[in-house]
Ligand binder design. Structure first.
Ligand code: 13P
Ligand code: SF4
Length: 337
């Protein structure tokens, strides 16, 4: 088996659509394999009492992934938050994801297992820095990754996720873009657009613990493995990858490539392995090193899920003027992809 061409070398940009988020068929009945767990049973009782839906990101702990009604990437979960008919959204993820849900669905109560689940990258670029960049590049449009605070979305022209960054940037009329906060994602997008991107210094501490050397070693040890990585990884890692995409896109690449490969090196957070291994027990998934862990995502424990549902707290709140401004940027993104 030979490696597939690198996405950059082939010039093929990842499509944002058709992400295979995992969806539980019945929101109010615990799956049989979990029905003996009293905490899980209580969560399902509370779901019914509150008319709640649980959105879980692909990086949360395995047992929390298992009770998610939807398990997906930032884009897929934002779409679910916009569409759900539940009264309460329980968001097992990081706070910018809960904020995006609240921006889209202000009439719903958005609960989080803990407000301490904060993505460090989302706090690396704040509103004053964005305003300074706008002053420096007055002709540029601001494209902000959803990994930002609501105050930054509120002064952005449009948001993007790792699934649709290329399409969003190419959809913007301006030829110059201020791309914040993730420089690695921005540099990846720059490979696929003629527009001129200006960056800030944000980065994901977790994805920067994926090293090209480790991937090259794994490729030597497993010559028939395919390498799938997240675009928050450094350019050196992206250079040695076969495919680059969001967490849901990585799940889709496995579906598409499983006839040709039985081993996959996964350059993203460890939580992704649970989902992939569960969906494909016959395949081998390898993480490049033991350190690719997002501490914020791991703060979402099953105990905290049940506690937040019992107490209806903590809850995401956003000042209405900020929410309305941020809504424009999020809606413009959803209109593009
Ligand atoms: P995805 O949108 O790919 O799930 O990524 C979110 C994130 O925070 C990656 O670190
Ligand atoms: Fe933030 Fe990185 Fe964690 Fe994603 S993996 S939530 S970007 S710290």
């Amino acid at each position: 088996m030979s490696n597939l061409p690198n996405q950059e070398a082939s010039g093929k940009a990842t499509a944002a659509t058709a992400a295979p988020d995992r969806v539980t068929p019945d929101r109010f009945t615990p799956p049989a394999r979990l029905a003996d767990n009293p905490t899980v049973r209580r969560i399902y009782e509370l779901k019914r009492e509150l008319n709640a839906v649980i959105l879980a990101h692909n990086y949360v702990l395995p047992e929390v992934q298992e009770i998610g009604d939807f398990l997906g990437d930032s884009l897929g979960l934002a779409r679910q938050a916009a569409q759900t008919d539940a009264d309460v959204i329980v968001f097992a993820g990081v706070t910018f994801m809960g904020e995006t849900a609240k921006i889209l669905s202000p009439e719903k109560q958005v609960l989080m297992p803990t407000l301490d689940a904060r993505c460090p990258m989302a706090e690396m670029v704040r509103a004053p820095q964005v305003l300074a960049l706008k002053k420096k590049y007055p002709a540029a449009a601001v494209v902000s990754y959803v990994n930002t605070l609501a105050e930054v979305k509120a002064i952005s022209d449009v948001c993007c996720t790792s699934a649709n960054g290329i399409q969003v940037v190419n959809s913007v009329e301006a030829d110059e873009i201020i791309f914040i906060p993730d420089r690695s994602l921005g540099e990846y997008v720059q490979r696929h657009t003629r527009k001129k991107l200006h960056f800030a210094a944000g980065y994901c501490p977790t994805h920067h613990r994926v090293f090209a050397d480790d991937i090259l070693r794994l490729k030597r040890e497993h010559p028939h493995a395919a390498v799938l990585v997240h675009p928050e990884c450094t350019g050196e890692v992206i250079d040695v990858a076969d495919r680059v995409g969001s967490t849901a896109q990585i799940a889709r690449f496995v579906e598409e490539m499983k006839e040709s490969f039985d081993t996959f090196v996964i350059g993203t957070e460890v939580g992704m392995l649970h989902r992939l291994q569960r969906d494909h027990p016959e395949l081998t998934f390898i993480l490049p090193g033991p350190l690719v862990v997002c501490p914020a995502m791991k703060r979402n424990t099953l105990r905290r899920v049940v506690d937040c549902m019992e107490k209806c707290a903590p809850e995401i709140t956003i000042p209405e003027d900020i929410r309305q401004l941020a809504l424009g940027a999020v809606e413009r993104m959803l209109a593009v992809t």
